[in-house]
Design a protein around this ligand. Structure first.
Ligand SMILES: [Zn+2]
Length: 165
């Protein structure tokens, strides 16, 4: 638990440092270039226009993540060095393990985006997989990989907490 907390702090520090390095503040959402979709009057939910909009968001997000993964790999290759001092070596190992975890998260997210685009292509997108209601355009714009409506998601999170304390 203590180690976990420590790793979290370290991740936070690193994230801040990386964000500062980037010209455009990376704290921005991956969807910073997307204005909210304005449906026409009487436009049906998940119309072609909405689907195209969400697909564009997903694919831009995917590109961002792919670049991020590449950057991590390059960074690790650049910095891999043999420090004679065991303390330096330990620091570097810790840094690398954080980067590897980040990369792992990014890869999982890319997979999730891919399966979302697949669902979108199969016209199976935008409805809660648990109760079947519309997830909602605004929610999808904030979280295009969402597969559940807000209520079902909240319920699942409560159940999850009860299961795992
Ligand atoms: Zn639902």
């Amino acid at each position: 638990m203590a180690a976990d907390a420590k790793a979290k702090t370290a991740t936070k520090k690193r994230t801040t440092a990386t964000a500062k390095k980037k010209k455009a503040a990376a704290a921005d959402s991956p969807f910073r270039n997307f204005a909210p979709y304005k449906p026409k009057r009487n436009e049906e939910y998940m119309s072609e226009g909405q689907l195209a909009h969400l697909r564009a968001m997903l694919s831009a997000w995917r590109t961002d993540l792919m670049e991020e993964v590449d950057r991590t790999v390059n960074h690790m290759q650049d910095e891999a060095a043999n420090f004679p001092d065991p303390a330096d070596r330990a620091t570097q190992e810790e840094e690398f393990s954080i980067e590897l975890r980040t990369r792992d998260r990014e890869r999982k997210l890319i997979k999730k985006i891919d399966s979302t685009i697949e669902r979108l292509d199969q016209d199976d997108y935008g409805y809660c997989e648990t109760c079947g209601i519309e997830i909602g355009l605004r929610r999808l714009e904030a979280r295009p990989t969402a597969t559940q409506c807000v209520d079902c998601k909240a319920l699942d999170e409560i159940k999850e907490r009860q299961l795992h304390g």
